[in-house]
Design a protein. Structure first.
Length: 253
Protein backbone atom coordinates (compact mmCIF):
# COMPACT_ATOMS: atom_id res chain seq x y z
CA UNK A 1 0.00 0.00 0.00
CA UNK A 2 1.53 3.38 -0.97
CA UNK A 3 2.38 5.77 1.85
CA UNK A 4 -0.13 8.58 2.34
CA UNK A 5 1.13 12.07 1.53
CA UNK A 6 -0.36 13.19 4.83
CA UNK A 7 2.07 11.02 6.74
CA UNK A 8 5.13 12.63 5.16
CA UNK A 9 7.80 13.42 7.76
CA UNK A 10 9.33 16.87 7.89
CA UNK A 11 12.70 17.41 9.53
CA UNK A 12 12.43 20.05 12.24
CA UNK A 13 16.09 20.92 11.76
CA UNK A 14 15.35 21.85 8.15
CA UNK A 15 12.43 24.03 9.20
CA UNK A 16 14.53 25.78 11.84
CA UNK A 17 17.34 26.38 9.33
CA UNK A 18 14.90 27.80 6.78
CA UNK A 19 13.34 30.13 9.35
CA UNK A 20 16.76 31.38 10.41
CA UNK A 21 17.72 32.03 6.79
CA UNK A 22 14.48 33.92 6.16
CA UNK A 23 14.98 35.97 9.30
CA UNK A 24 18.57 36.85 8.36
CA UNK A 25 17.50 37.80 4.82
CA UNK A 26 14.74 40.01 6.18
CA UNK A 27 17.12 41.76 8.57
CA UNK A 28 19.52 42.45 5.70
CA UNK A 29 16.68 43.79 3.56
CA UNK A 30 15.49 46.12 6.32
CA UNK A 31 19.00 47.43 6.89
CA UNK A 32 19.54 47.99 3.18
CA UNK A 33 16.38 50.07 3.02
CA UNK A 34 17.44 52.04 6.08
CA UNK A 35 20.58 52.96 4.14
CA UNK A 36 18.74 53.70 0.87
CA UNK A 37 15.94 56.05 1.97
CA UNK A 38 16.01 59.30 3.92
CA UNK A 39 12.95 58.69 6.11
CA UNK A 40 11.66 55.69 8.02
CA UNK A 41 8.07 55.94 9.26
CA UNK A 42 6.54 53.72 11.95
CA UNK A 43 2.83 53.15 11.37
CA UNK A 44 -0.15 51.22 12.71
CA UNK A 45 -3.41 50.23 11.04
CA UNK A 46 -6.99 50.76 12.15
CA UNK A 47 -9.39 47.97 11.12
CA UNK A 48 -6.71 45.91 9.41
CA UNK A 49 -7.63 44.40 6.04
CA UNK A 50 -4.83 42.87 4.04
CA UNK A 51 -6.54 43.67 0.72
CA UNK A 52 -6.42 47.40 1.53
CA UNK A 53 -2.81 47.19 2.74
CA UNK A 54 -1.91 45.66 -0.62
CA UNK A 55 -3.44 48.70 -2.31
CA UNK A 56 -1.24 50.96 -0.20
CA UNK A 57 1.83 48.90 -1.17
CA UNK A 58 0.90 49.14 -4.86
CA UNK A 59 0.34 52.90 -4.79
CA UNK A 60 3.68 53.49 -3.04
CA UNK A 61 5.75 50.87 -4.88
CA UNK A 62 7.68 53.43 -6.96
CA UNK A 63 8.49 55.82 -4.14
CA UNK A 64 8.71 53.74 -0.94
CA UNK A 65 9.24 50.32 0.60
CA UNK A 66 6.79 48.95 3.15
CA UNK A 67 7.26 46.23 5.77
CA UNK A 68 4.49 44.99 8.06
CA UNK A 69 4.39 42.52 10.93
CA UNK A 70 7.15 40.60 12.75
CA UNK A 71 7.97 43.51 15.00
CA UNK A 72 10.74 41.71 16.86
CA UNK A 73 12.66 41.17 13.61
CA UNK A 74 12.16 44.77 12.49
CA UNK A 75 13.36 46.08 15.86
CA UNK A 76 16.41 43.82 15.81
CA UNK A 77 17.30 44.93 12.28
CA UNK A 78 17.24 48.60 13.22
CA UNK A 79 18.85 48.09 16.64
CA UNK A 80 17.31 48.72 20.05
CA UNK A 81 20.24 50.52 21.71
CA UNK A 82 22.75 53.22 20.67
CA UNK A 83 25.38 50.49 20.53
CA UNK A 84 23.29 48.19 18.31
CA UNK A 85 21.58 50.75 16.05
CA UNK A 86 22.16 50.33 12.31
CA UNK A 87 21.93 54.07 11.59
CA UNK A 88 22.42 57.03 13.89
CA UNK A 89 19.37 57.67 16.08
CA UNK A 90 17.21 54.94 14.55
CA UNK A 91 17.14 52.95 17.81
CA UNK A 92 14.69 55.56 19.14
CA UNK A 93 12.24 54.44 16.47
CA UNK A 94 13.00 50.73 16.96
CA UNK A 95 12.12 50.98 20.67
CA UNK A 96 8.56 51.95 19.68
CA UNK A 97 7.99 48.83 17.56
CA UNK A 98 5.36 47.00 19.59
CA UNK A 99 2.34 45.00 18.50
CA UNK A 100 1.09 44.99 14.92
CA UNK A 101 2.96 47.87 13.30
CA UNK A 102 4.85 48.48 10.07
CA UNK A 103 7.71 50.48 8.60
CA UNK A 104 7.63 52.70 5.53
CA UNK A 105 10.93 53.82 3.98
CA UNK A 106 10.71 56.76 1.58
CA UNK A 107 12.32 59.98 0.36
CA UNK A 108 8.94 61.76 0.12
CA UNK A 109 8.63 64.90 2.22
CA UNK A 110 6.87 64.47 5.60
CA UNK A 111 4.05 66.83 4.61
CA UNK A 112 3.32 64.77 1.50
CA UNK A 113 3.32 61.49 3.44
CA UNK A 114 0.99 62.80 6.16
CA UNK A 115 -1.43 64.36 3.67
CA UNK A 116 -1.60 61.16 1.63
CA UNK A 117 -2.36 58.89 4.57
CA UNK A 118 -4.90 61.32 6.00
CA UNK A 119 -6.81 61.10 2.71
CA UNK A 120 -6.54 57.32 2.25
CA UNK A 121 -9.56 55.75 3.95
CA UNK A 122 -11.36 52.55 2.94
CA UNK A 123 -14.76 51.76 4.52
CA UNK A 124 -15.26 48.06 5.22
CA UNK A 125 -17.47 45.58 7.04
CA UNK A 126 -16.97 45.09 10.76
CA UNK A 127 -16.09 41.69 12.14
CA UNK A 128 -16.99 39.82 15.30
CA UNK A 129 -15.30 41.54 18.21
CA UNK A 130 -15.09 44.95 16.54
CA UNK A 131 -16.83 47.75 18.44
CA UNK A 132 -19.86 49.20 16.68
CA UNK A 133 -19.15 52.76 15.55
CA UNK A 134 -22.85 53.58 15.44
CA UNK A 135 -26.24 52.18 16.36
CA UNK A 136 -28.03 50.45 13.49
CA UNK A 137 -31.81 49.99 13.71
CA UNK A 138 -33.69 48.15 10.98
CA UNK A 139 -37.15 49.67 10.46
CA UNK A 140 -40.34 47.66 10.34
CA UNK A 141 -41.17 46.50 6.83
CA UNK A 142 -39.23 44.68 4.12
CA UNK A 143 -35.62 43.86 5.04
CA UNK A 144 -33.50 45.73 2.50
CA UNK A 145 -30.03 45.13 1.09
CA UNK A 146 -28.06 48.37 0.75
CA UNK A 147 -25.58 47.08 -1.81
CA UNK A 148 -27.39 48.98 -4.58
CA UNK A 149 -29.08 52.34 -5.02
CA UNK A 150 -31.96 52.25 -4.34
CA UNK A 151 -31.80 49.37 -1.80
CA UNK A 152 -33.52 46.12 -2.76
CA UNK A 153 -35.48 43.68 -0.58
CA UNK A 154 -33.99 40.29 0.26
CA UNK A 155 -35.23 37.40 -1.90
CA UNK A 156 -37.56 34.89 -0.28
CA UNK A 157 -34.98 32.09 -0.24
CA UNK A 158 -32.72 34.05 2.14
CA UNK A 159 -35.41 34.42 4.83
CA UNK A 160 -34.26 31.30 6.76
CA UNK A 161 -30.73 32.71 6.95
CA UNK A 162 -32.01 36.04 8.30
CA UNK A 163 -34.03 34.23 10.98
CA UNK A 164 -31.02 32.07 11.86
CA UNK A 165 -28.97 35.24 12.44
CA UNK A 166 -31.53 36.69 14.84
CA UNK A 167 -34.12 38.61 12.82
CA UNK A 168 -37.78 37.92 13.62
CA UNK A 169 -39.02 38.00 10.06
CA UNK A 170 -42.13 36.74 8.31
CA UNK A 171 -42.98 36.45 4.64
CA UNK A 172 -45.17 39.18 3.16
CA UNK A 173 -45.89 38.78 -0.54
CA UNK A 174 -42.71 36.73 -0.91
CA UNK A 175 -40.48 39.29 0.84
CA UNK A 176 -38.79 38.80 4.27
CA UNK A 177 -40.42 41.43 6.48
CA UNK A 178 -39.98 42.80 10.01
CA UNK A 179 -43.18 43.45 11.98
CA UNK A 180 -41.34 45.72 14.45
CA UNK A 181 -38.07 47.74 14.31
CA UNK A 182 -34.98 45.68 15.17
CA UNK A 183 -31.85 47.07 16.83
CA UNK A 184 -29.09 45.28 14.97
CA UNK A 185 -26.22 46.74 16.99
CA UNK A 186 -25.56 49.45 19.56
CA UNK A 187 -22.80 52.05 19.37
CA UNK A 188 -19.84 51.22 21.61
CA UNK A 189 -20.73 47.54 22.03
CA UNK A 190 -18.65 44.65 20.63
CA UNK A 191 -20.28 42.85 17.72
CA UNK A 192 -21.22 39.19 17.85
CA UNK A 193 -20.60 36.91 14.90
CA UNK A 194 -24.29 37.00 14.00
CA UNK A 195 -24.41 40.79 14.09
CA UNK A 196 -21.31 41.08 11.90
CA UNK A 197 -22.82 38.68 9.36
CA UNK A 198 -26.10 40.59 9.26
CA UNK A 199 -24.35 43.92 8.80
CA UNK A 200 -22.45 42.51 5.83
CA UNK A 201 -25.55 40.92 4.30
CA UNK A 202 -27.51 44.13 4.65
CA UNK A 203 -24.63 46.31 3.47
CA UNK A 204 -23.70 48.49 6.46
CA UNK A 205 -19.96 49.26 6.64
CA UNK A 206 -19.08 50.26 10.20
CA UNK A 207 -15.27 50.31 10.13
CA UNK A 208 -12.70 52.25 8.15
CA UNK A 209 -9.30 50.92 7.16
CA UNK A 210 -6.74 53.64 7.78
CA UNK A 211 -2.99 53.79 8.23
CA UNK A 212 -1.99 55.86 11.26
CA UNK A 213 1.50 57.34 11.44
CA UNK A 214 3.26 57.02 14.81
CA UNK A 215 6.74 58.48 14.32
CA UNK A 216 9.41 59.14 11.70
CA UNK A 217 13.20 58.93 11.66
CA UNK A 218 15.28 61.29 9.52
CA UNK A 219 18.61 59.87 8.35
CA UNK A 220 20.10 63.34 7.83
CA UNK A 221 19.59 64.44 11.42
CA UNK A 222 19.26 61.14 13.27
CA UNK A 223 16.19 62.56 15.02
CA UNK A 224 12.88 60.81 15.63
CA UNK A 225 9.72 62.93 15.56
CA UNK A 226 6.41 61.73 17.01
CA UNK A 227 3.30 62.23 14.89
CA UNK A 228 0.30 63.92 16.48
CA UNK A 229 -2.85 65.32 14.95
CA UNK A 230 -4.30 64.38 11.55
CA UNK A 231 -1.67 61.77 10.63
CA UNK A 232 -2.23 59.65 13.75
CA UNK A 233 -5.12 57.30 14.51
CA UNK A 234 -7.82 58.51 16.86
CA UNK A 235 -8.75 56.30 19.87
CA UNK A 236 -11.96 55.33 18.04
CA UNK A 237 -10.04 54.24 14.94
CA UNK A 238 -7.61 52.28 17.07
CA UNK A 239 -10.44 50.41 18.86
CA UNK A 240 -11.32 48.61 15.63
CA UNK A 241 -7.96 46.88 15.95
CA UNK A 242 -7.08 43.72 14.11
CA UNK A 243 -9.51 41.01 13.20
CA UNK A 244 -7.39 38.14 12.02
CA UNK A 245 -6.42 39.49 8.59
CA UNK A 246 -2.76 40.20 9.28
CA UNK A 247 -0.30 39.01 6.68
CA UNK A 248 2.90 38.42 8.62
CA UNK A 249 4.25 36.03 6.01
CA UNK A 250 4.24 38.78 3.37
CA UNK A 251 6.45 41.28 5.16
CA UNK A 252 7.22 43.31 2.06
CA UNK A 253 6.36 43.35 -1.62
Amino acid sequence: MPRSKRSKLVSLTQVTKKNKEQKSALIRELQQNAEKWRYCWLFEVGSMRNAHLKIVRKLWKDSARIFFGRGAVMAKALGLTPEEEHRTGIYKLAKQIKGQVGLLFTDSLPEEVIDWFVDFKQPDYARAGNVASRTVILPAGPVLRHHSDPPEPFPHNEEPQLRKLGLTTSMNKGVPTLTNPHELCKKGKPLTGEQAQLLKLIGHRLVVFRVGLIARWDSQTGEVVQVDGPGALTPEERIGGFAGDEDEDAMSE
